[in-house]
Design a protein around this ligand. Structure first.
Ligand code: PAF
Length: 280
């Protein structure tokens, strides 16, 4: 496994790989890797000749007052995981290399970036789309792997890749959960024991949505209210949104059909968590 710390040296390596006609899988991350990331690396390892994992806490996707500075980082542990999981290349750029002085180009995927998390984190998906587009350009992946936990992010990246005729295929892998149902997230490390227990109500509410839907309930308003009651019982948990939306356009759905997305964002103490299920 080789670690690349700047764009130019990695781009050179990628050109060599491409000359061989080998396939490249990219797993973009912000580090502090967990089982969710590992599932992506394993899938890429299975599918592709070369696996590149990028580790970059992208400043442009954090708003003022968000957790950019305190976002958990542990590069040594991350590199050990990447090595163990068989990554070939780990890309750990410096912010200056991704956004040099005078940097001025951003990608804005209109519409779907303003809904759900975009409404409470303005500019977040502009930062995500921009850095992911740059990572696609630098690493020229055949397939890029993302987690379903960040459902909106995955939908936006697919749309960007399609709109901009990018050659990459975007593969979305299932949410990986702790035994108690809590979706794996680097931010779970912020939770106290008490908050961690309260955070489990998020998945309980999503499971309830599934049960209600499979039991014949198709009215999103009724389902959302019942979900709110589950989460509302937790003293330190505050709902940002609970929505049932179309899987592609993220428009609110009143009468639920197959393939609708139930998405939640909630504050547990000072930590904002997101999770979702697809109703199938
Ligand atoms: O999901 C993440 O960790 C980040 O948003 C991503 C895709 C690596 C872009 O910084």
């Amino acid at each position: 496994m080789k670690v690349y710390r700047n764009v130019r040296s990695l781009a050179k390596k990628v050109s060599e790989i491409k000359r061989l006609n080998d396939t490249v899988g990219l797993v973009p991350t912000m580090g502090f890797l967990h089982e969710g990331h590992i599932s992506l690396i394993r899938k890429a390892r299975k599918d592709m000749d070369h696996v590149i994992v990028s580790i970059f806490v992208n400043p442009t996707q954090f708003g003022p007052g968000e957790d950019f500075k305190k976002y958990p980082r542990d590069l040594k542990r991350d590199l050990d995981i990447c090595r163990k999981e068989g990554a070939d290349i780990v890309f750990v750029p410096k912010a200056k290399d991704i956004y040099p002085d005078g940097y001025s180009t951003y990608i804005s995927v209109r519409g779907i970036t303003e809904k759900l998390c975009g409404a409470s984190r303005p500019g977040h998906f502009r930062g995500v789309a921009t850095v992911v587009a740059k990572l696609f350009n630098i690493t020229a992946p055949d397939i890029a792997y993302f987690g379903q936990k960040d459902a909106q992010q995955a939908i936006i990246i697919k749309k960007m890749a399609e709109d901009l005729n990018m050659r990459v295929k975007v593969k979305v892998m299932p949410v990986v959960r702790e035994k108690n149902g809590l979706a794996m997230s680097s931010r779970n490390v912020y939770l106290s024991r008490r908050e961690r227990i309260q955070a489990q109500s998020i998945y309980r509410a999503l499971r309830l949505a599934k049960e209600l839907f499979h039991g014949g309930e198709k009215d999103s308003g009724i389902i959302i209210n019942k979900m709110k009651r589950v989460i509302g019982k937790q003293a330190e948990t505050k709902i940002d949104y609970i929505k049932v939306v179309g899987i592609k356009n993220l428009e609110d759905v009143k009468k639920i059909s197959r393939g609708s997305l139930v998405a939640i964002a909630a504050w547990v103490g000072k930590t904002r968590l997101i999770d979702n299920v697809i109703l199938n």
